[in-house]
Design a protein around this ligand. Structure first.
Ligand code: R5P
Length: 284
């Protein structure tokens, strides 16, 4: 298996070390008129894996990965797999005439033979993809990191009902209780969380969510938890997208630590998803 990193594909180096799969190279450039220039070099045979984080400049990265996948097929790859640890457009559902981009993304990448994603938010959309999607979870790795938090008798809090599916994995691994908060999303940057579970009162807290985008969810959750007298608050997420000043706002509101993974390279990407992806690649 050959691993080819995209422009945001640093994870490929870790994957190569863990799997022993060779690293390949593709020339990924932009022409003066803004179009892309992509060239693969060396002999392309067997299965090839594109590794790319699609978090920053998602539309650019989607097109780059698509052109790369088609080129690899053209020049001899038997099967092309993609490791997209963070798949963009994975929160939006369509209502009242809105676009539902993940459906288009599933079609756009139809030349792929398999896609590896991590903690994919719209899990129920996987059957819409015309190829195999392997949805891995980083929650056990995050839970291992949380074992070293300086907490006393903590509980895990999911800041909304959807996050319960990730938070409960962490809680189970740590052997502690898990509760969720009721959240109403107003728009992309604003959410309302009015109350916290009474079981959290006076406890140290580990908030668990799949991603931090604007940080509004975590900030509101912290505010409400502090209001009912919770102790230390730690935050875990798989995808630290961290738009604008998300991290600053979370710390200013009293988080002790905020920990994410390297599905999105960031200043808080302390936990690597490379071991779980490497294992999945080797087993495939
Ligand atoms: C959404 O439902 C997700 O699980 C996260 O709670 C959300 O994406 C976080 O976004 P933000 O940081 O912008 O509140």
């Amino acid at each position: 298996m050959l691993l080819i990193p995209g422009s945001q594909g640093l994870l490929a180096v870790k994957l190569s070390r863990l799997t022993g799969f060779k690293l390949g190279y593709a020339q990924l450039e932009k022409l003066p008129n803004g179009e892309k220039y992509i060239r693969v070099s060396g002999e392309i045979t067997g299965d090839v894996v594109i590794v790319n984080s699609l978090a920053h400049n998602p539309d650019e990265m989607i097109m780059e990965s698509l052109f790369l996948a088609e080129t690899l097929k053209e020049y001899g790859a038997k099967r092309v797999f993609a490791v997209f640890p963070y798949l963009p457009y994975s929160r939006e559902r369509a209502i009242r005439g809105e676009a539902f981009p993940i459906k288009a993304i599933a079609k756009i990448f139809s030349c792929l033979d398999r896609m590896y994603v991590v903690d994919f938010h719209l899990e129920d959309m996987i059957p819409e993809f015309p190829f195999e999607v392997v949805n891995l979870t980083a929650m056990e790795e995050l839970a291992k990191y949380a074992e070293n938090f300086d907490v006393k008798d903590p509980v895990v809090i999911a800041p909304d009902e959807e996050a319960l599916r990730w938070a409960s994995i962490v809680a189970e691994k740590l052997g502690i209780d898990c509760y969720y908060m009721k959240k109403i999303r107003v728009d992309a940057e604003n959410v309302i969380i009015e109350s916290a579970p009474h079981e959290a009162q006076g406890k140290d807290i580990i908030i668990v969510d799949d991603m931090i985008a604007t940080g509004s969810t975590v900030v509101q959750a912290i505010k409400v938890l502090k209001r009912i007298g919770c102790g230390k608050i730690y935050v875990l997420c798989t995808h630290p997208v961290l738009a604008a000043d998300a991290l600053r706002r979370i710390f200013e509101n009293g988080a002790e630590e905020v920990i994410g993974t390297d599905t999105v390279p960031s200043p808080i990407s302390y936990v690597s998803v490379a071991p779980i992806i490497a294992k999945a690649l080797v087993e495939s």
